[in-house]
Design a protein around this ligand. Structure first.
Ligand code: AMP
Ligand code: MG
Length: 354
């Protein structure tokens, strides 16, 4: 398949929106920017589009897709109409009022309109309204309900630039819409509204504290920051070793000077063994490492930049063939929790605590 590349920096680029919308409405696949990461879009209510998404990503078919909408009212068609789900929708309305459009995905009981192909066989549906003008315009042109998982091959870091999408999806999808670099760089927060209290299944830019201000008590899936419980994550996608670089990544946690010293010693050994080495550093420490490739994720004072840089760095390390990589650790509150959740998964939970 020939994958068309189209640049669309303005949300009112009619030519781009028309051609992408037409592909979506006829059951094809279009990758497009959102504020979190690039999404791989297909019609959410069309089972054959969802099947194409799984095939293009090589995604296990039990890992459900998030349905993207462009206006809140559209949620009612895809959520079950029962007394229980109407109560859950009241919570959804409050959260949407606070955070939509934005990087928050809500899990609710699905209506019959949503095919099981889209929900990975589950009777619940994940729904989100992204805060990105091109994405919103495309969802509308594509018929209002667009399933859009991250536009990476399953197991690779999510794409934060259109060129990352091309690396993974060229020849596998109909079109890539290049809208420049994404704003956040880490996937949406997922909150399950079908349980009481509501539960965060995947941390993101919208934190537990922010959600708690709107709905009161919020629980966390125990698997978010630890693999010690032996439990299976409740978001099926979180059980896979996602975001995995090809080399071996270790996170080192402790006082800054101890971390730098430990990593440098480990790098020396790896280099002596003839291995290619990389470090995920911060602006505060980047000059202090001796590795083949040192990449700063940004300043420790600015975790939003760290979140945005992370996946691009992991991809760069893959491209350069890094075999042994070390990363500094980040605080576990605020957006740091989402950063550490992704880093821990990339490292297969391999952490050195100094
Ligand atoms: P992605 O769009 O690639 O960020 O992946 C979507 C994530 O949402 C995966 O981790 C899925 O397992 C999760 N997800 C989607 N639908 C549901 C659902 N109905 N229940 C629980 N998790 C879900
Ligand atoms: Mg993904």
């Amino acid at each position: 398949m020939d994958t068309k590349w189209i640049t669309c920096m303005e949300e009112d680029d009619k030519e781009c929106l028309e051609s992408a919308g037409e592909i979506l409405r006829s059951g094809g696949l279009v990758a497009f920017p959102t504020e979190t990461v690039y999404g791989l879009g297909g019609e959410a209510l069309n089972p054959s589009s969802s099947e194409k998404i799984y095939a293009a990503k090589g995604r296990p078919s039990d890992n459900p897709l998030i349905v993207h909408i462009c206006k809140f009212e559209d949620i009612y068609r895809i959520v079950a109409d029962t007394p229980e789900s109407r109560e859950m929708l009241k919570v959804a309305e409050k959260l949407a009022h606070a955070f939509w459009p934005g990087p928050l995905t809500m899990i609710l009981p699905k209506s019959d309109e949503v095919p099981y192909e889209t929900t990975g066989g589950l009777s619940t549906v994940a729904v989100r309204m992204p805060k990105h003008k091109t994405a919103l315009a495309l969802i509308e042109k594509g018929g209002g309900y667009i399933a859009a998982p991250s536009a990476n091959t399953s197991g690779r870091p999510s794409p934060t630039l259109a060129k990352h999408v091309k690396e993974d999806m060229d020849g596998r999808i109909d079109m890539i819409v290049d809208g420049g670099e994404v704003g956040i760089g880490i996937e949406s927060t997922i909150v399950d509204l079908t349980v009481e209290p509501v539960q965060i299944l995947r941390p993101g830019y919208i934190t537990a504290a922010m959600i708690s201000q709107i709905v009161g008590k919020v629980d966390m899936d125990v698997t978010i920051l630890s693999d010690a419980s032996g439990q299976t994550p409740r978001a099926p996608g979180m059980k896979y070793r996602h975001y995995a670089p090809k080399g071996e990544l270790t996170i080192v946690s402790g006082k800054q000077e101890d971390v730098v010293k430990y990593i440098n010693q480990a790098l020396k050994k790896a280099r002596e063994a003839g291995l290619k080495t990389g470090v995920i550093a911060t602006d505060e420490t980047k000059e202090q490492y001796e590795a083949d490739l040192v990449k700063t994720a940004g300043s420790r004072q600015d975790e939003a930049t760290v979140a945005k840089s992370l996946y691009g760095i992991l991809r760069d390390f893959d491209e350069e063939g890094m075999q042994v990589m070390y990363s500094e650790s980040f605080p576990l509150d605020g957006i740091g929790q989402a950063i550490m959740n992704r880093l821990l998964k990339a490292a297969g939970h391999h952490v050195i605590q100094l």
